[in-house]
Write a protein that binds this ligand. Sequence first.
Ligand code: AMP
Length: 448
Amino acid sequence: MTFQDLNLNTPLYNALHDLGFTTPTPIQAEAFNVVSSGTDIIGIAQTGTGKTFAYMLPILKNLKFSTQETPRILILVPTRELVVQVVEEIEKLTKYINTRVLGVYGGTNINTQKQAIADGVDILVATPGRLYDLALTRVLQLKHIQKLVIDEVDVMLDLGFRHQLINIFDLLPEKRQNIMFSATMTDDVDDLINDFFKAPERVSIAVSGTPLENITQTHYNVPNFYTKANLLKHLLSDVDTFNKVLVFVSNKKMADRLFENLDSRFHDELCVIHSNKTQNYRLRSIEQFRNGDNRILVATDVMARGLDIDNISHVINFDTPNYPENYMHRIGRTGRAERKGDAILFSTENELEHVESIEGLMQMQITVLELPETVEISTELIEEERPQIKERNNPAKRDENIGAAFHEKAEKNQKENLGGSYKFKIAAKYKKPKTRGDKNYNRRNKKK
Ligand code: AMP
């Protein structure tokens, strides 16, 4: 299939031609007719799949020239970085079309944005909070919106935007097309659809369990957080090889903790993004990483998903994702556009079951590497790694999982951690290969 098959108009072909794009990506091919037909749609696709053009091509093909001032297309995205990115993508496509595109987001002067809106807009790209504020000032009229796009619905809900979205729905004309894109179907996304949309057509490209051939995958068994940090520092000290490194962690707390740990040694080369950082801070971090000023970016899954950054030399999974799909998304950030990429996975004993799920999805085993001898094995544990102590008389904690089974497990975990780190120490000392046999041995012990 080529773009010719989509019957686009000449200005769009020419813009695509200038970009050097000839073939629609799978999500573009799948979504085109559905979006064109005007029915509601939920597309399941990640960043990097060409999802922005998947909704923009059919929208632009059908958008007539107008001098009307109020916007006709509204695109909501969760972060300021994405506003900037989506506006850039639309500008590339509308190179030969007279379309007015505007991006608005919080943390910047609202009056400048009001003025830009008053000048007339066809396509408005916005974060929900700022959009709502602008709509309340009445400068922004939403009554002519024909199509609502919500991009990264999963991230949007993860950041707590459900309420804001609902407020915005109230301001939009009932008769409109709803176009949603999400990297994953989560319960939150399902709820939103069930509560507010009438059975949108679902278009998805299955998460492939087949990793790109140009990504080399390796795996280290590491006993705990601090040893992971030591290993990471060891790897990062090879500046030439590890020249653009995206380090994934599962949550904000871990991101901050790792950032602090790395900061003294890699201060000038390091940046971090997660949803508690201000938008200015995040935007600066991305830019510094993108343009090469900073070599290392620590990021959470949700924050990194929306980013389009090329030439990443290494993706380091500082922790092992619970969902194998997230692993596929993470490693897909490297090895893009035919370049070679390296994906490295760190996992503790407790994370080995997730490693198994990942290997199950890919139907292959990730090569296990020995911890380098110079990496110091720490015995210090972070709060989450320490055995949990039951607080009998703390009424504030009464509702937490403090049943008998929980207590028993905590004691067992304590034993396992000790055994685990001992095993790693011995293995590192004697360079004994870690086989699946070892893992199963531990697994059996755990079940006892
Ligand atoms: P997205 O998933 O929308 O973030 O797009 C990822 C990247 O792929 C962007 O840099 C797009 O410009 C690019 N892209 C979009 N469509 C195509 C295509 N059909 N062929 C090649 N690259 C594309």
